[in-house]
Design a protein around this ligand. Structure first.
Ligand SMILES: [Fe+2]
Ligand SMILES: [Fe+2]
Length: 299
């Protein structure tokens, strides 16, 4: 299995893989009604997704966003999609991809440095406890970040290109240097889109979300629409946290957004020092992979 990651290099490199230990230091917090209760601080003792706190890690995160906001133009995204849509970079199963992702630490995430496979399994296992019958949601949680295998630097929040950058985007000031901000075709509220056109028709900034959505679709997944919606828009914080860009949404988008709101809580707050026993839960997730995906996928 070989991966070829060719892409314009900007942004910082993924950090070295951290040593995994299985010592239990704390318990995931589950409220009495079995609804997951979010802890108030992350592994660094700070509130989650706080992009303003001064720290070395925050500076790296801010620099990441500065470069992302300048470089993600409508033209750039179209080129990246065309390049990766060939799916000629690798052939592997979903589980092989989960294991490969263990090498990656996300520079855009200010909350934690655990290996990604733990983030995937912690998200999936926590959501599974609260929604035991929605097996598609367990699998969606497991695979939502697999697009990160390309070591792309563009892991941050996502946003539409081809229309004005909403001020609700984190570090919005850096969009001033994005050439699309000065292009009258792209800098109006609707830009190249029309009201209610549906997010499927909107070009999103290029990153692991859209890449994984593309991989799932092109390989013929049978995951239901809200699963695919979660995969494509889970980093679209300007929409699901701030309520921006809703003028582009279709009726189906609004229905799917409810599942994304549920999912986001688990994506963010299930990050924990309690590591999931990978071998123990693997058979369950393998059965879901078999149900919704072919044995080998093109990446
Ligand atoms: Fe993600
Ligand atoms: Fe995630």
């Amino acid at each position: 299995m070989t991966i070829q990651a060719e892409h314009p290099a900007h942004g910082s490199q993924a950090e070295e893989k951290k040593n995994v230990h299985t010592e239990e230091t704390s318990e995931l917090v589950l409220a009495k009604d079995r609804t997951f209760k979010a802890p108030e601080s992350n592994a660094f003792g700070q509130s989650f997704r706080d992009y303003d706190i001064e720290s070395e890690r925050q500076k790296g995160v801010e620099e990441f966003y500065r470069l992302q906001h300048i470089n993600q133009t409508h033209d750039f995204v179209k080129k990246m999609r065309e390049h990766y849509k060939k799916l000629d970079k690798a052939e592997m199963s979903i589980w092989e991809c989960c294991e490969l992702l263990n090498e990656v630490v996300d520079d855009s995430d200010p909350d934690l440095d655990e290996p990604q496979i733990q983030h995937l399994l912690q998200t999936a296992e926590t959501i599974r406890k609260d929604y035991p019958n929605e097996d598609w949601l367990h699998l969606t949680a497991l695979i939502h970040d697999l697009g990160k295998i390309l070591h792309l630097p563009q892991f941050g929040d996502t946003f539409p290109v081809g229309c004005a950058f909403d001020e609700k985007n984190v570090h919005h000031k850096y969009f001033k240097e994005n050439p699309d901000s000065k292009n009258p075709a792209y800098n109006t509220k609707d830009g190249v889109y029309s009201k209610g056109c549906g997010l499927d028709n909107v070009l999103m900034s290029w990153g692991h979300d859209d890449y994984m959505y593309m991989v799932a679709k092109e390989n013929g997944t049978t995951l239901p629409s809200p699963g695919l919606f979660i995969i494509r828009y889970h980093s679209f914080y300007p929409l699901h946290k701030e309520g921006a860009y809703t003028h582009l949404m279709s009726e189906e988008d609004f229905k799917n957004l409810k599942w994304l709101h549920i999912f986001n809580k688990y994506d963010l707050y299930s990050k924990s020092k309690v590591l999931v026993d990978v071998e123990k839960v693997k058979p369950y997730y393998q059965s879901l992979i078999d149900k919704y995906f072919p044995a080998k996928l093109k990446w």
